[in-house]
Design a protein around this ligand. Structure first.
Ligand code: ADP
Ligand code: ZN
Length: 604
């Protein structure tokens, strides 16, 4: 949903501001404080001033003499000398003796003015700034003087909330959450039988799949207040603040029960405590407070806590223990049917021309999240407006997929003829290898218009329906397809370019997964050699084997990719005439459809 912020940077920024304002403040205060400051003069000056009757008031102390000038605007001091008739002379000069304070500005006042006041100002400023920051991030209201108060607010008041029908697809998640809605409607049935609701439910899934929407929908359907807060909002500048926010949030929630408390990005506070020295105290305190709160209330008091995360594996096990977030609801990327539904839901909000084939769009957008699909529809509408049309068309939607997935067309990136030629061969190479392998999905579209994402061209494949299982052969063919671009360059130009870096990455990843996770190598049998540590974000893996095995894995990965690469080169060489024809055609048109491609490939 949002990118990771950099707390270090923002903290530095904050200290910078403090220092700057401190300096300005000191400058502003100086003249005023100086006025109360005392100028030290020598005894000679004092005597001269006495003679000239320039002394206003005077106070003789144990070891010094304090005096003012005649207008009493400036205070002076001088040391006390053995001077027997001083008092007489002062008296003659008309000075007024006083035992009152012609006193230095009290050190307390100075301290208050130069330290306590600015710090107090900063503290409020800091609260204000951090509230502003939060506002930007989570949309909470600012409570400048409500220190340590959570910024949770009632998000959905009553009926006018989001409903399950607004969330397309995600049927399993909805079914799971329906139980909560049912409970909130009529808790007595559950109480009678003695069943208690789980206190916490964890929604896990990749970003943009509708977790926040689902949480709101639970509140909307049950017609109860909805408190929402993001995990990152708890972690504050000052230690202890987060914990007090948690306390306050739960206090409010208990008053308003039955209600839903939603904590987005719970991993921001719920990360595994690693016991490192100098760990994040603030985060730990916040997490502990959350655990305490969850343990502190009964399952039946009507406060249901929903939390969302896209890195469930990083959560502290204490959070997922029974009695806490013990139910886990997966919210996965939508499948073909889900994608089509999501597109339709969002298309209702814009004007679409009749006869748009949403199924086709959904098939082209395989792997897109709900948020990306919403974005695709919006991009289509924007494109229609740019072109002065009143309705978004099929073409708008299809181009939007490319925009959202591959970035905007880079109109002013001009490839040299030679480069364009290489890219054309490269892309046709991918497509040709795909088409010639029976199991591979047909190509949808090939383009050599550079994208802002840096891709110089790409071949879009369309999945026919959903693929849950892939065979070893299909995976191998996929690797061959990845190598097809480079293979064409080698065969045609006898040299290679940097254009295949992404292909290389993909091919390697796939080959590794086949060997380490899918048990598709001959020698390792069904042994898991790698575990996925970051399922929803990129899928980082960590090796779980000995160094020798790791070396053997590397060798096998190379062998696997090389074999497919050789296969691709063979396919390209056999079909050299078609390759030239297709590359020439693509070079001229820059974008060709799958049908055009197949037409040329199949004609004699
Ligand atoms: P998450 O919390 O999982 O990151 P959000 O719930 O914030 O995702 O979704 C972001 C946006 O994406 C929503 O406002 C909505 O427009 C769109 N969206 C995501 N999933 C769906 C869905 N299943 N149905 C309809 N719209 C969706
Ligand atoms: Zn490529």
């Amino acid at each position: 949903m949002k990118e990771v912020k950099e707390p270090r940077k923002s903290l530095l920024y904050y200290y910078g501001i403090i220092l700057l304002v401190m300096m300005i403040f000191n400058l502003l205060m100086r003249p005023w404080m100086n006025q109360r400051q005392i100028v030290e003069v020598d005894y000679g000056t004092f005597m001269t001033m006495t003679e000239n009757k320039e002394i206003g008031r005077v106070e003789v102390q144990d070891n010094q003499i304090l005096f003012t000038d005649a207008d009493e605007t400036q205070v002076y001091k001088t040391g006390l000398m053995n001077d027997p008739d001083l008092v007489q002379r002062l008296y003659d000069s008309g000075a007024v003796f006083t035992s009152e304070i012609i006193e230095e500005a009290s050190p307390i006042v100075t301290f208050l003015l130069s330290w306590v006041l600015p710090i107090a100002i900063f503290w409020f400023l800091g609260r204000f700034l951090s509230n502003q920051m939060m506002k930007k991030m989570g949309g909470s209201n600012s409570m400048m003087f409500g220190m340590g108060k959570s910024n949770a607010k009632i998000y959905v008041k009553s009926t006018e909330g989001i409903k399950f029908s607004d969330v397309a697809g995600e049927d399993e998640a909805k079914e799971n959450l329906m139980e909560i809605v049912d409970y909130l409607h009529d808790p007595s049935r559950y109480k009678e039988i003695g069943a208690s609701m789980p206190k916490g439910i964890l929604l896990v899934g990749p970003p943009g799949t509708g977790k926040t929407m689902l949480a709101k929908a639970v509140a909307g359907e049950s017609n109860v207040p909805f408190f929402s807060m993001s995990g990152s909002e708890f972690v504050e500048m000052f230690v202890g603040m987060g914990a007090s926010k948690v306390r306050d949030l739960f206090k409010q929630a208990k008053e308003k029960a039955p209600c839903i408390v939603f904590i987005d990005e719970i991993d921001a506070i719920g990360k595994k405590r690693d016991g490192q020295v100098g760990g994040n105290d603030e985060r730990e305190q916040t997490l502990n407070q959350l655990l305490t709160e969850m343990d502190g209330f009964e399952g039946n008091n009507g406060v249901i806590i929903l939390a969302a995360t896209n890195r469930p594996e990083s959560l502290d096990p204490a959070l997922t223990r029974p009695g806490r977030f013990d139910r886990r609801v997966p919210v996965e990327l939508p499948d073909l049917v889900g994608r089509e539904e999501i597109l339709k839901v969002h298309a209702k909000k814009i004007r679409v021309s009749e006869g748009v084939d949403f199924n086709k769009v959904a098939r082209m957008a395989s792997g897109a999240s709900g948020a990306e699909l919403a974005n695709i529809v919006n991009e289509a509408a924007l494109r229609a407006v740019r072109d002065g049309r009143r309705y978004a068309t099929q073409a708008d939607l299809e181009e939007s997929i490319e925009v959202v997935i591959a970035g905007y067309q880079k109109k002013n990136a001009i490839l040299s003829d030679k480069e364009k030629c290489v890219v054309a061969y490269h892309e046709i190479g991918h497509a040709l290898v795909t088409a010639k392998q029976t199991h591979s999905a047909p190509v949808q579209k090939i383009t050599i218009i550079p994208r802002t994402s840096g891709a110089l061209g790409y071949t879009m494949q369309v999945e026919e329906g959903n693929h849950y299982l892939m065979t070893k052969e299909e995976l191998e063919e996929k690797i061959a397809t990845y190598t097809g671009g480079r293979a064409a360059e080698e065969v045609v130009f006898g040299s290679v370019s940097t254009g295949a870096s992404n292909d290389i990455e993909q091919a390697t990843k796939l080959a590794r997964a086949m060997i380490t996770r899918y048990g598709m190598s001959d020698s390792f049998d069904m042994v898991a050699l790698e575990t996925v540590t970051n399922q929803y974000l990129g899928g980082d893996t960590s090796l779980a084997c000995s160094a020798e095995t790791a070396a053997e894995i590397d060798r096998q990965v190379v062998d696997l990719v090389r074999k497919q690469h050789e296969k691709a080169i063979a396919i390209i060489t056999e079909n050299r005439r078609k390759l030239d024809e297709l590359a020439q055609y693509l070079y001229e048109r820059e974008t060709i459809t799958g049908e055009e491609f197949m037409e040329i490939l199949e004609r004699e």
